[in-house]
Design a protein around this ligand. Sequence first.
Ligand SMILES: NC(=O)C1=CN([C@@H]2O[C@H](COP(=O)(O)OP(=O)(O)OC[C@H]3O[C@@H](n4cnc5c(N)ncnc54)[C@H](O)[C@@H]3O)[C@@H](O)[C@H]2O)C=CC1
Ligand SMILES: O=C(O)[C@@H]1CCC=N1
Length: 274
Amino acid sequence: MASRVTFIGAGNMASAIIGGMIDNGHPATAITATSPSDAFLAPLHERYGIRTNTDNASAVQGADVVVLAVKPQVMREVCEGLSDTLQRLRPLIVSVAAGIDAETLDQWLGGGLPLIRCMPNTPSLVGAGASGLFANAEVNAEQRAQATQLLEAVGLVEWVEEEALLDAVTAVSGSGPAYFFLMFEAMEEAGVKLGLPAETARRLAMQTALGAARMAQQSDQPPAQLKRNVMSPGGTTERAVEHLEQAGLRDIMRDAMDACAARAREMADEFGTR
Ligand SMILES: NC(=O)C1=CN([C@@H]2O[C@H](COP(=O)(O)OP(=O)(O)OC[C@H]3O[C@@H](n4cnc5c(N)ncnc54)[C@H](O)[C@@H]3O)[C@@H](O)[C@H]2O)C=CC1
Ligand SMILES: O=C(O)[C@@H]1CCC=N1
């Protein structure tokens, strides 16, 4: 039987995972989502037929897995409000919040619950997500398998055995889709400047990214070699890549990802208790 999964929070990330689960065949009646406002819930119910509830405590009744998918700012209030109920029911808890560490979440939930921290990303919506997972000591092998199965239904799953590495996962794949969307914007703008219609430039840029990612995933060759294969000596790509290297693209990416991971650590102080 499919796991009964309750999402606390029905925003961008919860909707993306729910959409991917439904497409992958998870029964809609085994999924519940909550939000204080019906505005987030009605579209999810209409689109996927899942159960919705504006009351967190009643929504977790009967759940095998409770996914905490609210903003870090409200996580404490949500956890403390659910702690009595969750202590009684003892489902597997999965938090997708950036920054807030497992020990802090566990403390807010009253202690001793099996808890997995997950850093997913929004391409989960189309079954092409990437999630990093970390389990606390209360999580058993069966629950690890349950979380793997849940998240693999919407994409790639990578376990990390050191919690701090989730900040690095956030910098690579949690926030990563935004870097590529930014790149699409920039490529579209540049394509338009070169005379292409915006829609044409956009479609070409997106298909090129998809093709490059698929090719890199399927190839035995590392990205550096695949890149060289496109660069004919004295040709067009060489000129463009030289420009990107000289303009410091590698340093830009390193600095941006350092800033991302640093913000995740900062959020632990800002919204957590450590
Ligand atoms: N958006 C993204 O790409 C990613 C987000 N995350 C994490 O996912 C979490 C949610 O982020 P988003 O979905 O982007 O935010 P969002 O603002 O789109 O969604 C938050 C949801 O929580 C609901 N909510 C607020 N207070 C609540 C309460 N007391 N009880 C129940 N629901 C409540 C809101 O109504 C909304 O549906 C964050 O902790 C974030 O760090 C993680 C990975 C990627
Ligand atoms: O920007 C954020 O804080 C969240 C976490 C990773 C992606 N979005």
